[in-house]
Design a protein around this ligand. Structure first.
Ligand code: UDX
Length: 488
């Protein structure tokens, strides 16, 4: 019998992206796979994702979906994530159990022998544990953020958290997160730490509870590599001893699928996008016509919401920097101006600014990001420091300017600038002058050259890790070995 793994991500773009890649990698390694998502996201995958189209034709690969219990589509935005989480816990839990039970009696759908579930859905782990199915937890966030969540009791015990209301200094150093004593400041702790006046803050409570729940899994998977996160990984292994660092997953998948395609002489194209939105590929043609390394790519990920004032400050800053730019402006990026049925929001932008961009700017509602970052015309990435975006930039060797928005992004941006030294941290800074200065610093002059060299060196490490014998390659082989043993 072939071992059969059910992969179940939290229903959000950043989670689906990396977990669908993991699912495909496991499938290429000879395992049967069922990829489970919610009806809402499954529908969008079917509409927009070439990966879905390709994998749904692959023997031994099944897609299944269940309801997330929500009827209002707007509830799936970042600010309502707790509602989605609660709805999944209370509504989808029993549907998930029914699905696993029905699997045991269904012809043509082999018995599921193990699970890889998103570590922010402990309910799925509990159902699987109840049914005696071995489960591995996968977290899609940066290891440095996960270790900070694990360190919450140390922060509280040291009196470093919650921040005293009377003392607002966000530059104050924090010492209680082991391994980060030399560079961590209050402002680098995950976003919601600032709002929490006590440890019963609902988001804090949620993040800590889900993080602790991963210790109940048989093992833990992180999308990272030893060369970037070795120190943090060694700390995480003190609480989750079997932690597989198997990233960057998108790079591993590109490498493994090209290897399989060469060997099988198949004409199957390797498109790896799990996109939930329609990609506007015209920006690649626009990039073809720009000089090498001349374009700043700007994207704030799948969730971030900014104010119209912030949008204008970025706009002026970008135009005044004199650099070329490609900017993803999602229809729901700007708070309160989403236009249903329109790919781009209507913007209230002064006319002169629009003229400036039309000469050397390109706007899209959603880009094929991995292809954009790999394009030779792209010289820098202004990012919200989402973990997928960060890894995609690392692999492409593109330096970053970080403007983190929430959860793990605040600490990831600190690592980008202070630990890996492959970008600049614009955290908490606002205003067109700052944007202009940072863009210039990252795109031209000595600092830009320095960042480019460090980014190229890090890209090489990332590529080494996924080559045969590299750390992520070997960790992935161990994971496959374990999953295959679950059919015994
Ligand atoms: C958030 C968190 O920040 C992240 O760390 C967590 O693990 C998941 O949730 P998100 O805002 O979705 O992430 O950002 P990110 O993790 O960077 O993922 C966004 C994904 O969307 C990336 O894989 C990126 O390639 C893709 N994307 C983004 C596109 O394909 N096109 C775009 O135009 C913008």
């Amino acid at each position: 019998m072939v071992a059969h793994v059910l992969v179940f991500p939290f229903p959000a773009q950043g989670h689906l992206n990396s977990m669908l890649k993991l699912a495909e990698l496991l499938s290429l390694s000879g395992l049967h796979i069922t990829f489970l998502t919610t009806d809402y996201h499954y529908h969008r995958l079917c509409l927009h994702s070439p990966t879905h189209a390709r994998l749904s034709r692959r023997p031994g690969f099944w897609f299944r979906s269940i309801s997330d219990g929500l009827t209002d589509q707007r509830l799936r935005s970042a600010d309502r994530i707790l509602e989605l989480y609660e709805s999944l816990t209370y509504n989808s839990s029993s549907l998930f159990r029914d699905l696993l039970i029905s699997n045991q009696n269904q012809d043509g759908w082999p018995r599921i022998t193990s699970l890889v579930v998103d570590g922010i859905m402990p309910f799925a782990m509990d159902v699987a544990n109840d049914l005696g199915i071995p489960t591995i937890a996968f977290r899609t966030s940066s290891p440095c953020s996960i270790w900070t969540y694990f360190s919450l009791p140390s922060l509280v015990q040291a009196g470093e958290f919650p921040f005293p209301a009377e003392e607002a200094d966000l530059d104050k150093r924090v010492y209680a997160v082991t391994g980060m004593e030399s560079f961590l400041r209050r402002r680098d702790l995950p976003g919601f730490f600032r709002q929490a006046r006590d440890i019963s803050h609902p988001f804090l409570d949620f993040v800590y509870a889900v993080t602790l729940s991963t210790t109940r899994a048989k093992a833990f998977i992180l999308n990272s590599l030893e060369a970037m996160d070795g120190t943090v990984l060694s700390h995480i292994r003190t609480v989750c001893p079997t932690t597989y660092a198997i990233g960057p997953l998108h790079s591993m998948l590109t490498s493994m699928s090209s290897h399989v395609l060469i060997n099988s002489q198949s004409d199957e194209r390797s498109t790896n996008s799990a996109t939930l939105r329609r990609e506007d590929r015209s920006c690649l043609t626009w990039l073809d016509n720009q000089p090498k390394g001349s374009v700043l790519y700007v994207s704030f990920g799948s969730f971030t919401v900014i104010t119209n004032e912030d949008l204008l400050e970025f706009w002026h800053g970008l135009v005044n920097s004199g650099q070329r730019f490609l900017w993803v402006i999602r229809s729901d990026l700007v708070n309160g101006v989403e236009k249903v049925g329109s790919p781009l929001p209507s913007l209230s932008v002064p006319p002169g600014v629009v003229e400036g961009t039309s000469e050397r700017g390109c706007l899209v509602a959603w880009a094929p990001q991995e292809d954009v970052l790999a394009h030779p015309s792209v010289g820098c990435f202004l990012t919200h420091s989402g973990w997928n975006s960060t890894l995609e930039s690392v692999v492409a060797g593109v330096p970053m300017i970080c403007w983190p928005f929430f959860v793990d992004q605040q600490i990831t941006s600190r690592y980008v600038s202070e630990v890996w030294k492959i970008g600049l941290d614009m955290k908490d800074m606002h205003g067109r002058e700052i944007v202009e200065r940072m863009v210039r610093d990252a795109m031209e002059g000595e600092k830009a050259q320095e960042l480019k060299r460090s980014a190229a060196a890090m890209a090489e490490k990332a590529k080494e890790s996924i080559r045969e014998g590299g750390s992520s390659y070997l960790n992935f082989q161990s994971l496959v070995h374990y999953l295959k043993s679950t059919d015994d």
